[in-house]
Write a protein that binds this ligand. Structure first.
Ligand code: SF4
Length: 416
């Protein structure tokens, strides 16, 4: 009992440490140059407080929520259920913002990549992977600018963490992408959606920016707005164990775990976070993840690196490790990027590996690389944003290097 209590207290301490560190990389307050506040990204309570401050009643929250997140309007003058004087009052104080698309690239396979620029000039990438057979697709969203984790096979990992993205910037990626496809108002119920799935698998580790990510996902899931089901959202982590329980309890979204190796010595090298949260701890957190079932399996991401982690013995050990976890294994052929030293596993190695995992009863799709030609595939994303120097100026107009990408089958895959 004491040992259990001690472990729980340690986890709580560790969680507090992670949240405190995330706060050091907080995004700036979403204000325009003329001092107006962006309403996108606010919780309902925050919105109510802003409205109360200008003398408006709480029922206005519901109205605004509908216009912002269901109708997708960005102009108060289009809010026909709100009288003109109030429209003007709102426009004087607030904006309904979107990140600016600095560049947009479309791959030969129709995968689309945006380099979004935020108000402080920092940039992150977002990728849309359409389903080649149906009118739907997944939007891969970034949670941080850069990343602290330095996974050795990942291009983003070569970019220092600049800062966390705020709720407005996270939800804003989805809303701006939806503007592109004209998917407003938000489709209701079972009506098909082009942007049918969100995968938090872009730049950054979402569980190192938990509070902003959680607020953004709660907005996206809210039934009176975008109303995307939690079953349509997948959060991908490289294994921030203390935050996995919290995400499961608070959000209940699908979980994807970047495993990539079945031995601690190798995973220590490929995913350095493993030194802190080794494989046994990570899998224990997966076993207790709320809501995991055969209908909602945990996805294990496994990048296939030639002669590194792709042997039959690796496949058998993978099966042994995940036994008892409702799981599927996504095998991702390595996507090269400038300066990377790894090679993609051969087709034979990929198929042998997949067969062993499949014969053990786990789905093991080999993901088709998507958007490689525009560096939009898994592990290829990166921007030229740099951390603000202590005494120096922010790079206000960093040039896009456009190195992100994502692979996909029907449900795109994460490297985060
Ligand atoms: S795989 Fe994810 S966690 Fe690892 S460096 Fe890349 S973005 Fe960061």
């Amino acid at each position: 009992m004491n040992a259990t209590l001690t472990a729980a207290a340690l986890t709580e301490t560790e969680r507090a440490r992670i949240l405190a560190k995330a706060a050091l990389f907080s995004p700036p307050t979403p204000l325009t140059a003329d001092g107006r506040r962006d309403l996108v990204g606010m919780s309902r309570d925050e919105l109510a407080a802003e409205l109360a401050a200008i003398g408006e009643q709480p029922f206005r929250v519901k109205q605004l929520w509908h216009w912002i997140y269901h109708q997708g309007v960005t102009d108060f003058a289009r809010m026909s259920s709100i009288a003109r004087p109030l429209q003007q009052k709102l426009a004087d104080k607030f904006v309904i913002g979107r990140p600016e698309a600095a560049t947009v690239q479309t791959s030969s396979d129709q995968t689309r990549k945006w380099l979004f620029r935020f108000r402080d000039g920092q940039q992150a990438e977002t990728v849309y992977i359409p389903d080649p057979e149906q009118d739907r697709g997944a939007l891969c969203i970034s949670s941080q600018i850069g990343c602290t984790l330095s996974c050795t096979f990942c291009h983003t990992g070569t970019q220092t963490l600049v800062r966390n993205l705020g709720p407005a910037e996270i939800v804003g990626q989805f809303m701006a992408a939806r503007d592109t496809y004209g998917e407003w108002p938000s489709p209701k119920g079972e009506t098909p959606r082009l942007l049918s799935t969100i995968v938090l698998m872009g730049m950054g580790e979402p569980l190192y920016n938990y509070e902003n990510v959680a607020q953004a996902m709660k907005i996206v899931m809210d039934n009176e707005g975008i109303a995307l089901s939690r079953r349509r959202i997948t959060l991908s982590t490289s294994g921030v164990v203390p935050m996995m329980d919290r995400a499961g309890a608070d959000l209940g979204v699908n979980l994807a775990v970047s495993l990539h190796a079945v031995r601690d010595d190798l995973r220590d090298e490929l995913v350095p976070l493993n030194r802190k949260y080794p494989i046994a701890d990570l899998l224990a957190a997966c076993r207790r993840y709320p809501g995991a079932s055969n209908a909602r399996r945990i996805t294990f991401e496994y990048v296939m690196l030639k002669n590194i982690n792709d042997t039959e013995a690796d496949a058998r050990e993978l099966v042994r490790l995940i036994t008892g976890i409702p799981a599927k294994v996504n095998l991702i052929p390595f996507n090269p990027w400038p300066g990377s030293t790894y090679e993609t596993s051969s087709g034979n190695a990929l198929h042998r590996f997949a067969k062993i995992v499949m014969d053990a009863g786990y789905a093991s799709p080999i993901r088709t690389p998507r958007g490689r030609d525009i560096l939009a595939a898994c592990g290829q994303l990166k921007t030229d944003s740099e951390r603000r120097k202590k005494a120096g100026a922010l790079p206000l107009d960093p040039v896009a290097r456009s190195t992100h990408s994502r692979d996909g089958d029907k449900s795109p895959n994460p490297m985060t």
